[in-house]
Design a protein around this ligand. Sequence first.
Ligand SMILES: Cc1cc2nc3c(=O)[nH]c(=O)nc-3n(C[C@H](O)[C@H](O)[C@H](O)COP(=O)(O)OP(=O)(O)OC[C@H]3O[C@@H](n4cnc5c(N)ncnc54)[C@H](O)[C@@H]3O)c2cc1C
Length: 271
Amino acid sequence: MVSYLPQSLSEALELLASTGAIPYGGGTDLMVEGKNDASYLFLHKIPELGVIAGDADYIRIGASCTFTRVADHPLCPGILKEAILQIAAPAIRNLGTIGGNIGNGSPKADSALIFFVTGSRLRLVSKRGERIIPIKDFYLGRRSLDLRPGELIAEVLIPKMGYDRYYYRKVGARDALAISRLSFAGIIKTQGDRIVNLATAFGAVSDVIIRREDIDAMLIGKTLAEAKTVRDNYLAAYAEAIVPIRGRVSEKYRKRVCMNLLRDFLDTMNI
Ligand SMILES: Cc1cc2nc3c(=O)[nH]c(=O)nc-3n(C[C@H](O)[C@H](O)[C@H](O)COP(=O)(O)OP(=O)(O)OC[C@H]3O[C@@H](n4cnc5c(N)ncnc54)[C@H](O)[C@@H]3O)c2cc1C
């Protein structure tokens, strides 16, 4: 095994371009893979990737921030903290990073679900420059990511929209230390009685986290009373859209739980 320990982002990008080494965040996924002959690029000494900050539009979380740091940070929204505190145990949360959770490409990744529902963006960097893309465009299919050779995930940008009213459920085989069998997140923002934003996301159901802005648009702009009148159509659209892939847990069970959680979200939000 060859390992590289860059001290800055520019050094890391040079090494990535010249060696093609595998980016290594906390190693909690990579350790399980256990490739002995691989080269690794350790990211934890790079200051630029360890910053959590806010600007006018976004809460910005560096890819190498561990779950523990994010859960403790005052800028990070409650829905993200709640999801993170249900990931594994403290030992894994002390090592596992946001960049690794996104970079593993799994639809079960619990922080990624929150980045989907909040419409977050990713800043991707390489020697050639940088690009910022919506997280939902980053996931191309089963374990397939829009991460180009020589690129690293540098930051997650969460739009500053206020996430006070949210709903999050992780369904696992047990109450603690469980990988998601299914997960659901919903957010709503109202002005007076009118819904100005509503978003949902379903994890561990399909190859990629399900985020259907087109369906959620049915409720946006409506008053809560108006939204109630299209509730059945909204649920019917999701009933068609959610097609679970085969997994350890039956497709029928996961579909039913998805729909139950969606209904409970609407009930909770008085729709
Ligand atoms: C016991 C156990 C329990 C777990 N429970 C959960 C759980 O409940 N929920 C959950 O979501 N996950 C869980 N996981 C999975 C894992 O902890 C998370 O996915 C974690 O976020 C991975 O982060 P990491 O930094 O350790 O990633 P690493 O293992 O370092 O990397 C994972 C992947 O991401 C890539 N990568 C890392 N950083 C970057 C970057 N900056 N740019 C580009 N690519 C990058 C790596 O090359 C690799 O392909 C669990 C793992 C274990 C071992």
